[in-house]
Design a binder for this molecule. Structure first.
Ligand SMILES: Cc1cc2nc3c(=O)[nH]c(=O)nc-3n(C[C@H](O)[C@H](O)[C@H](O)COP(=O)(O)OP(=O)(O)OC[C@H]3O[C@@H](n4cnc5c(N)ncnc54)[C@H](O)[C@@H]3O)c2cc1C
Length: 236
């Protein structure tokens, strides 16, 4: 591990140099295994946040209250501690930078992590597929990568980002805090007639609600790829 970076009060990025890393596709994840001195071990999946770049990968871990593995990774882990990981894993929830189709990313909380790999890969490869991100977070402080996303959107190179605040919106925000809605997806996403490739990721309840709204808006179920991060999570 080469660096640690706070992304929010409860999430941090772990930068790893993985000898022999074969490279990855944006959207893939790794399995991280922690083993205690008594031999007890626990394993969880974490998406890769970075664009492919040699043997270097970045993970962003959201600390959950009483989370067995996330508390360790997002709080206790220090540079030099060993980390056992396996990957890259996954061939479904991936974006191909050669594709020119419009892309709609719908993220809840840390569900933005694999989508960040797609956004970064788009920029790193000079791909020009138009991207729109609809990002649902509890409040402004919970948003991951906010500065980078704002900068990429400002660059005006075919990337746009819109936020949904579920608990507390910033002062002057035009809408009250609330869940992701058909209205937000219609105004900040792509129309279904454009047949965008859609990637939805986040807590299970969020993913199911967002996918239902997208299908109701006419997006073909075969165009919607989903990844569920947690068995019990609701809206972020
Ligand atoms: C393919 C994949 C990729 C993932 N990528 C990431 C990632 O990039 N970053 C990241 O932070 N997490 C990611 N996750 C979630 C991660 O694998 C763990 O589930 C999460 O860190 C919780 O593990 P824990 O050991 O800390 O919590 P546990 O000890 O397993 O659970 C603690 C409590 O939190 C609840 N819980 C578990 N998962 C969630 C959740 N997602 N949302 C809300 N409540 C939950 C449990 O029901 C329990 O009550 C990913 C999951 C999958 C399947």
């Amino acid at each position: 591990m080469t660096a640690l970076r706070d992304e929010s009060p409860t999430a941090r990025t772990i930068v790893l140099d993985v000898p022999g890393w074969p490279g990855h596709r944006p959207g893939q994840h790794v399995d991280v295994r922690l083993t205690a001195p008594d031999g007890y071990s626990a394993q969880r999946s974490y998406s890769i946040a970075s664009a492919p770049a040699g043997t270097r990968i970045e993970l962003t871990v959201q600390r959950l209250p009483d989370g067995e593995v996330s508390e360790y990774l997002a709080q206790t882990l220090a540079i030099g501690y060993p980390l056992e990981l396996r990957g890259p894993i996954g061939g479904w929830f991936v974006w191909d930078p050669r594709s020119t189709a419009s892309v709609l990313l719908v993220a809840g909380g840390s569900g933005v992590v694999p989508q960040m790999a797609m956004i970064r890969t788009r920029a790193a490869t000079g791909a020009r597929a138009p991207f729109r991100l609809v990002y649902s977070v509890r409040d402004p402080a919970s948003a991951l990568y906010a500065g980078e996303l704002a900068e990429r959107a400002r660059a005006g190179e075919g990337f746009e980002a819109a936020y949904v605040y579920t608990r507390s919106a910033p002062p002057g925000w035009p809408a009250p805090a609330g869940r992701i809605s058909a209205q937000v997806l219609a105004s900040s996403g792509w129309p279904s007639a454009r047949a965008p490739a859609v990637f939805v990721c986040g807590p299970t309840g969020f993913v199911e609600a967002a996918a239902d709204l997208l299908v109701a808006a006419g997006h073909g179920p075969h165009m919607i790829k989903t990844e569920r991060f947690g068995p019990t999570g609701g809206q972020p």
